[in-house]
Design a protein around this ligand. Structure first.
Ligand code: KIV
Length: 263
C-alpha cells in the first residue's frame, strides 16, 4: 500500500517539480474510486451546494452538511489527503468560532486539513488555525463565496493584489493555495514566487497542481460548465442509457429473465 499523502509529500512534490492532482468528491463511492485511482488530494468542496444539492451558489452550505459529506469521503480514503472546505460564514466571524469549526473537520470528519477562501483578509484565521495544528489550504482569485461582492463568477486580473494575497497566505502559514480563475501568466508568477504548492482551477498549466469539480469533469453535472472544464467522461449519458434500457426491458417483460431469478 502506498503511504498516505501529507502536507510534507505535497511540499516535496513541488520541490521535485512533480505535478499534484486534486479533485472534489462528496460521498463514499466516488471518493473510493478517486483514492484507488491515485489522486493526491480530495477536496470535499462547498461546490457540493451546486453539484449535489442543486443550489445556485455555494453560500447556503452549512457546517453540518460539510461534516456529513467529509465523513463519507474520509471513510473511503487510505491514500489521498482529504481536505474539508469551510462553508461561508463558518470562519469569518471570530477566531474562536473558526477554530471550533475547523477542528470539527479533523475531529469528527476525519479530514487532514481545511480549505478557506480569501487573501490578506483571512490571514489572521489561517495563522490561528495553523498555530493550533490545523493545516490550511488557502484559496485566492475567483473565490465563489464572494460571488455577490465580485458581481458574478469573474476572472480575477489584478496582478499586484493577487501576488500580495498569495505571499500573505503563505506567510500566515497556509501549506498550499488554490488559484481559481486567474490568467495563466499571473498564476505562473505566483507559482514561481511561493514555496508552497499552488493548485490551479482555471489558472493555467504552470500551477504546481490542478483541481476540478468531479461532477463537471466526469459529466454528471449537465448545467453550465466554465471554459476551463475538460469533460473526461460522460457518466450522465451512460447512466441515462442504462436507465432507459431498464425501463424498456421492464415494460416489455424481459427483465428479470431466468438468470436473475431464485430457484
Ligand atoms: O468548492 C470547491 O469545489 C472548490 C474547488 C473548485 C477549488 O473550492
Amino acid at each position: 500500500m502506498q503511504p498516505r499523502i501529507t502536507t510534507s509529500t505535497l511540499m516535496k512534490m513541488k520541490a521535485e517539480k512533480k505535478k499534484i492532482t486534486a479533485l472534489t468528491a462528496y460521498d463514499f463511492p466516488f471518493a473510493r474510486m478517486l483514492d484507488q485511482a491515485g489522486i493526491e488530494i480530495i477536496l470535499v468542496g462547498d461546490s457540493l451546494g451546486m453539484v449535489v444539492q442543486g443550489k445556485d451558489n455555494t453560500l447556503p452550505v452549512t457546517m453540518d452538511e460539510a461534516i456529513y459529506h467529509t465523513s463519507m469521503v474520509s471513510r473511503a480514503c487510505s491514500f489521498s489527503m482529504v481536505i474539508g472546505d469551510m462553508p461561508f460564514m463558518s470562519y469569518q466571524g471570530s477566531l474562536d468560532k473558526a477554530i471550533d469549526n475547523a477542528g470539527r473537520f479533523l475531529k469528527e470528519a476525519g479530514a487532514a486539513a481545511v480549505k478557506l477562501e480569501g487573501g490578506a483578509g483571512v490571514c489572521p484565521v489561517i495563522h490561528a488555525l495553523s498555530r493550533v495544528g490545523i493545516p490550511v489550504q488557502a484559496h485566492i482569485g475567483l473565490t465563489p463565496q464572494s460571488v455577490h461582492q465580485m458581481g458574478g463568477f469573474k476572472v480575477q486580473r489584478d496582478e499586484e493584489r493577487l501576488l500580495k494575497d498569495a505571499k500573505d497566505v503563505e506567510e500566515a502559514g497556509a501549506f498550499s493555495v488554490v488559484l481559481e480563475g486567474i490568467p495563466s501568466a499571473i498564476s505562473a508568477k505566483i507559482t514561481q514566487s511561493l514555496h508552497i504548492p499552488t493548485i490551479g482551477i482555471g489558472a493555467g498549466v504552470e500551477c504546481d497542481g490542478q483541481i476540478l469539480v468531479l461532477h463537471d469533469m466526469i459529466g454528471i453535472n449537465d448545467r453550465f460548465l466554465p471554459k476551463f472544464v475538460k469533460k473526461y467522461a460522460d457518466l450522465a449519458g451512460a447512466a441515462k442509457k442504462g436507465v432507459e434500457q431498464y425501463i424498456n426491458e421492464v415494460k416489455a417483460g424481459e427483465f428479470p429473465s431466468k438468470d436473475y431469478e431464485y430457484k
